[in-house]
Design a protein around this ligand. Structure first.
Ligand SMILES: N[C@@H](CCC(=O)N[C@@H](CS)C(=O)NCC(=O)O)C(=O)O
Length: 221
């Protein structure tokens, strides 16, 4: 694990993260909120997230983790106060739908050594169905809740990676408008640089292979 202290003074928020959609959800949010934080880069391939020191913070052994040193070392999830019910609804949509379905699409489409067409299709089709639900909402509203919120950020961090998951995002104009609008936000751009700037590997077959191999080892461990 590597720790980056951007400035010398004491910061209350410690973020333990990796360059993945679930990691970016939090760094993009913190950037958007303008909250100062320390970045602890967790190496998933080295299994940092399964070490005792990490499991004490999150027994689930997964990133991201926020520790708020100002709240008695409380481990927290980000929250938005405005339109809380609406925000929670769309945040849960990401956590129970978009994330798990696209995550499993990645596993079967990219990482698993055996190609199981039924599983690939199932997770890609279900992700597409969820994209269509987002499309319906975004046809009537600029953002998922009434205001831009963690709900947009959490869903966007996944949806933007649709090509990696092999999910069809064509013919969803409002989803595209929303994707493009968030991509333009400086905080979103900064958040994607945490914990490191990662290259776009979609057009590089060797890099894709190397990344998928690392992920395969993780998935099968
Ligand atoms: N429910 C969590 C899921 C977090 C999650 O799946 N994290 C993945 C990276 S995207 C992870 O830490 N994987 C490592 C492992 O399972 O060992 C969230 O929504 O953020």
């Amino acid at each position: 694990m590597r720790t980056t202290h951007f400035q010398w003074w004491y910061r209350m928020i410690d973020l333990y993260t990796s360059p993945t959609p679930n990691g970016y959800k939090v760094s993009v949010t913190l950037e958007e909120m303008g909250i100062a934080y320390n970045v602890h880069s967790v190496n998933l391939r080295e299994q940092d997230q399964k070490q005792d020191w990490f499991l004490k913070m999150n027994p689930n052994g997964r990133i991201p983790v926020i520790v708020d040193r100002d709240a008695n070392d409380l481990t927290i999830m980000p929250a938005d106060s405005a339109g809380r019910a609406q925000v929670m609804q769309w945040l849960m949509f990401q956590m129970s739908g978009i994330g798990p379905m696209m995550g499993q699409a990645n596993v079967f489409y990219r990482y698993f050594p055996e190609k199981v067409p039924a599983a690939i299709e199932r997770f890609q089709n279900e992700s597409r169905r969820l994209f269509e639900v987002l499309e319906l909402r975004l046809a009537e509203s600029e953002w998922l809740a009434d205001e831009y919120s963690i709900a947009d950020i959490a869903n966007w961090c996944w949806v933007r990676t649709y090509k990696w998951s092999g999910v069809d995002a064509d013919g969803l104009p409002n989803l595209k408008r929303w994707r493009d609008a968030i991509r333009e936000r400086p905080a979103a751009q900064r958040g994607l640089l945490v914990p490191d700037k990662t290259p776009n590997i979609l057009n590089d077959d060797n890099a894709k292979k190397a990344f998928s191999e690392g992920a395969r080892q993780n998935v099968q461990r």
